[in-house]
Design a protein around this ligand. Structure first.
Ligand SMILES: Cc1ncc(C[n+]2csc(CCOP(=O)(O)OP(=O)(O)O)c2C)c(N)n1
Length: 649
């Protein structure tokens, strides 16, 4: 009899005999494996969190008791136990369930996540809200050792230790972030686990805890004192104790019997608690246990062999970035590379192999990574900070205050800029132009293809101030790569199609980054319809190529801007502003502008192709939109801002 099929909510778990729970855990693993092998997704963390999830849902009473999962990529077992079993096969697919946590999706997802390090802060906030409002429930944050490298996690521990609210932090320690975890805390946790007293302490702790609820308060106090003094001597977890947490562990996070007993007992304890679980990433699936970084997030794979099914032959932007950085670093010893826990994702693992002493993985510490780079740049190095567009959001003040204000030559490489696909709204990199273009001294580029990415990296590393390059997730175009890559003139775009010396042009498409090729395709479609179309590769979102725009506007009364970024604060707005200024200065006449980009909303998960079609960013829809714009004509209503923004008369 399949147990998982009988569980429609955590309440059903309570009816299952405890001896049968390991079978349930096995069924959860099989389900996750079947779906992820078929569709891809985050595998290793979820496999490692099966027992702890079953135990939490068995002992506590969600959604009244709040579970706050950090990052949320390990929450597949949680989803399976909280009424989403039948939709589970749709995970990360367009209009399917999310691959992370979402308050909109389920009352059991008490706090949305996708970025790491937020759970303890959010849980503390919930504990405060509970106590302010006289609530009576538990708040449990579940956080990985990787996420514990995030500064926010310490800020929260520090505060929680002072507030002394009842809350539980479950530290799910598998010694892995995506790659091997880094830093002094990681080493500290490893010492706890490998210390000679680990087994003894673990057993003693479990035994001690078993007795706690059954004795009276005075005895409990004495027992705690004893527990603490013993632990003070032989101590695992002293660090957490010093921060005001009661430390419990380390406990084998795959032993359901230990987990159930521990969770049952700690329910009665007061104050902030930290339960340290030792788990194995990828537990129960040999290929994932053997390659935890590869199976952290994976494409579809063959379940029997663990071999990923569809490996792309085209180069990725990530791969080209890494290759070019290595070749530039061979020539310039000042170049160093920084990642915030994403050596594989950013391609820097290759750089690390080549230059181990010039590579820095700072952990999930984007803010620190940026200021570390600023310090390095202040004293003569040329740091390249490779952080996904979405994660760099965290380091805005460091970019402003530590890098740009001092005009330090730090190069920011923003991989996954634009729509990222299946990871969805937490991971879309669609705000970076807005947050970077406002920063004085910053220059911002976006390549149309991988060769231009090489050129931009070379350009950025020659630039005496801060520079950023945004490039998309996934396959590049497949163009030939020049060797060595030439540098580009700062703030200059290129006219790719159309003749500014000839007759008036019907419309000019001014495209940024990965919108250039679709714009060229759209132009070809429009020319087939008899329109003359110019296409500009803007290259720079900042500074804007004023000269090129002016000469275009002198030949062409319709300009369409294109960007894979929100329109608010985006590239198109900068173009509009320049045109407005040029018009005001009398250098150009009336020009109508349509901006194509993303609307002012969070964009859901789904394949990049589907989302680009949905938001009109593929060649056919661009062509249709431009056609509509041309038909709308210069006399369009000034109120009709969504369709066309009229500039002057
Ligand atoms: C701010 C931020 N930076 C980077 C990431 C990418 N990321 C997702 S999971 C992860 C590792 C998390 O490790 P851990 O918390 O130990 O969980 P595990 O996967 O090992 O269970 C990283 C670096 C992120 N989600 N958020």
């Amino acid at each position: 009899m399949n147990l998982l099929d009988q569980i429609n909510s955590p309440a059903d778990l309570k009816t299952i005999p405890r001896e049968a729970l390991p079978q349930l855990a096995q069924e959860i693993r099989e389900k996750i494996l079947a779906v992820v092998a078929d569709k891809g997704g985050h595998l290793g963390a979820s496999l490692g969190a099966v027992e702890l999830t079953v135990a939490l849902h068995t002992i506590f009473n969600p959604p009244q008791d709040r579970f706050v999962w950090d990052t949320g990529h390990q929450a597949y077992p949680h989803k399976l136990l909280t009424g989403r079993r039948d939709q589970f096969h749709t995970i990360r697919q367009y209009q399917g369930i999310s691959g992370f946590l979402s308050r909109a999706e389920s009352p059991y997802d008490t706090f949305g996540a996708g970025h790491a390090g937020t759970a303890i802060s959010a849980a503390l906030g919930m504990a405060e809200a509970r106590d302010h409002q006289g609530g009576n429930y538990q708040v449990v944050a579940i956080i990985g050792d990787g996420a514990m490298t995030a500064g926010m996690a310490y800020e929260a521990l520090n505060h929680a230790g002072a507030l002394r609210r009842n809350m539980i932090v479950v530290l799910n320690d598998n010694e892995m972030s995506i790659s091997k975890n880094v830093g002094a805390l990681s080493a500290y946790l490893a010492r706890i686990i490998t210390g000679p007293l680990y087994t003894k302490v673990r057993n003693e702790t479990a035994e001690l805890l078993k007795t706690i609820p059954k004795i009276g308060r005075p005895m409990l106090k004495a027992a705690r004192r004893a527990e603490e003094s013993v632990k003070g001597l032989i101590t695992p977890g002293l660090l957490f104790e010093e921060m005001g947490f009661r430390y419990i562990g380390p406990i084998d996070g795959h032993r359901l019997d230990h987990l159930l007993t521990t969770f049952e007992n700690v329910k009665e304890l007061e104050g902030p608690l930290l339960i340290h679980l030792i788990t194995k990433k990828g537990k129960g699936y040999a290929p994932a246990e053997g390659d935890p970084a590869g199976f952290h997030g994976t494409a579809a794979f063959d379940l029997s062999t663990g071999v990923v099914k569809k490996k792309s032959s085209a180069p990725s932007y990530t791969g080209i970035f890494a290759k070019q950085l290595i070749s530039l670093a061979k020539e310039d010893r000042r170049i160093v590379a920084i990642t915030a826990a994403m050596p594989e994702g950013t391609g820097l693992s290759k750089f690390a192999k080549e230059f181990p002493d010039r590579f820095y993985d700072v952990g999930i510490a984007e803010q620190h990574g940026v200021t570390l780079a600023a310090g390095m740049a202040a004293d003569g190095l040329r740091p390249v900070v490779a952080i996904y567009s979405t994660f760099l959001q965290r380091a805005f003040d460091q970019i402003v205050h530590d890098v740009a204000l001092q005009n330090l030559p730090v190069v920011f490489c923003l991989d996954r800029a634009g729509l990222v696909g299946e990871d969805g709204p937490t991971h879309n990199g669609v705000l970076d132009i807005a947050y970077l273009k406002t920063v004085p001294n910053m220059i911002l580029m976006a390549p149309k293809d991988e060769n231009e990415l090489q050129q931009m990296l070379a350009t950025a590393l020659k630039h005496p101030g801060p520079a950023a390059i945004r490039y998309p997730r996934g396959e590049a175009i497949g163009v030939p790569l020049e060797e060595p890559a030439m540098t580009l003139p700062i703030g200059k775009g290129e006219l790719l199609r159309g003749n500014l010396a000839g007759d008036e042009i019907d419309v000019a498409l001014v495209a940024l980054g990965n919108m250039v090729y679709p714009s060229l395709e759209a132009a070809a479609l429009l020319e087939r319809e008899g329109f003359s179309v110019a296409v500009v590769n803007a290259r720079f979102a900042k500074p804007i190529d004023r000269e090129l725009l002016t000469s275009i506007a002198q030949r062409c009364r319709r300009i369409v801007t294109l960007e894979e970024h929100v329109l608010a604060g985006g590239f198109g707005e900068s173009v509009l502003a320049v045109l407005e200024e040029e018009k005001g200065a009398g250098r150009i006449g009336p020009v109508d502008v349509r901006r194509i980009g993303l609307p002012d909303q969070f964009i859901e998960h789904g394949a990049q192709r589907i989302l680009r079609e949905k938001f009109g960013l593929d060649a056919e829809r661009i062509a249709a939109s431009v056609l509509d714009f041309i038909k709308l004509g210069i006399g369009a209503s000034p109120q009709d801002e969504d369709r066309a923004i009229r500039l002057g008369k």
